[in-house]
Design a protein around this ligand. Structure first.
Ligand SMILES: Nc1ncnc2c1ncn2[C@@H]1O[C@H](COP(=O)(O)OP(=O)(O)O)[C@@H](O)[C@H]1O
Ligand code: SF4
Ligand SMILES: [Mg+2]
Length: 321
């Protein structure tokens, strides 16, 4: 599947560390390599604090990795500075949980939507309303909303405004960081349908972060499972429910999909909490919660191995085969 699609952005061996109290270091992303393909969605799942947002902030050049590179159409964007960086930022946009909330309550919807275009001098002020109306219709809102203020709109409508704002620069990649997580399930569903429709129309790539595994796999062509800054498994979205192999993914998938599963089977649930990212043990990061933990898991860190086409897992169980 993905192999037939054009590679847009390649993350290669990305590591990001933060200074922590008492002279310690927290590694939020460790040697992460992932690819974004044209017209496809890469979903990232994992518990809170596993490094999803840190990785995506680097994808959108809001911060830089300590190690590794991001190749955008083959060119390392981690080295970009000043005007070149500013120009590049148009190509990759990000939508946050409630983007419209981040704007001044005095900004009308058309100002919010058109601000990026005005910043890059791509339209004149007199064109604002007409452009905003066009993009509002694209996100299935009435054109008249251009004159409204975000506080007079629902959460779902505001999120559509955030999507319109991300679209105006016609980016190649849009990153959604928990963009639908605060919405009711029914509203979430209509927004996801809109995202899928826009992706097909525009052949745009998405990065989609969400802690809801069922939702992520429903729209993602590839799903990356993260744990304590590491990629544990990378697999096609449609294989998550019954094709995942990593003990961590399996535990999450069984918790999520058990309604559709065989109730005769014991459910492997993860009981304890993830260790602190400051205390990642040597060996496998998942060892303290893994029902299959072996001696080697406490000594050697498993590396990602290819299990099948488009499917990789980092687990010693798959060294033995
Ligand atoms: N600017 C920062 N300074 C220090 N630690 C950070 C910073 N940003 C994130 N972290 C830490 O990095 C880890 C990963 O965070 P984050 O990427 O936000 O996780 P997620 O989005 O998966 O919940 C967490 O332990 C978090 O506390
Ligand atoms: S490497 Fe070992 S501890 Fe880690 S997930 Fe695999 S079996 Fe479990
Ligand atoms: Mg986050």
């Amino acid at each position: 599947m993905s192999e037939n699609h054009e590679l847009i952005l390649e993350a290669k061996h990305i590591t990001r560390r933060y200074p922590a109290p008492n002279g310690r270091t927290l590694t939020a992303c460790q040697d992460v390599s992932l690819n974004f393909y044209r017209g496809q969605t890469l979903g990232i799942v994992g518990e809170s604090g596993c490094g999803k947002s840190t990785f995506m902030r680097m994808v959108v050049s809001l911060e830089q990795p300590d190690e590794g590179e991001f190749l955008f159409h083959g060119r390392d964007i981690t080295k970009l500075k000043g005007e070149e960086l500013r120009q590049h930022r148009q190509k990759i946009q990000m939508v946050f949980q409630d983007p419209a909330e981040a704007f001044s309550p005095r900004m009308r919807v058309m100002d919010i939507i058109c601000e990026p275009l005005l910043n890059f001098k791509r339209i004149r002020k007199s064109e604002k309303e007409a452009v905003a109306r066009r993009y509002l219709e694209m996100v299935e809102l009435p054109g008249d909303f251009a004159l409204r203020y975000p506080h007079s709109m629902s959460g779902g409508q505001r999120q559509r405004v955030g999507i319109a704002r991300a679209l105006v620069l016609e980016p190649e990649l849009i990153v959604y960081d928990e963009a639908t997580s605060a919405l009711d399930v029914s509203v979430q569903k209509t927004i996801i349908e809109l995202l899928v429709k826009l992706q097909k129309e525009k052949n745009i790539s998405y990065g989609f972060i969400c802690h809801d595994m069922a939702l992520v796999q429903s729209l993602s062509h590839q799903v990356a499972v993260m744990y304590l800054g590491h990629i544990m498994e990378l697999l096609p979205g449609d294989k998550v429910a019954d094709g995942c192999v990593h003990p961590y993914t399996k535990a999450m998938a069984e918790a999520v999909f058990d309604l559709h599963m065989d109730f005769g089977k014991p459910i492997e649930s993860i009981e304890s909490e993830a260790p602190s990212p400051l205390d990642v043990p040597p060996g496998c990061p998942f060892q303290s919660r893994c029902p299959k933990c072996m001696d080697i898991c406490r000594k050697e860190k498993p590396v990602l191995k290819t299990i099948a086409q488009g499917h990789q897992a980092a687990c010693h169980l798959y060294d033995l085969k």
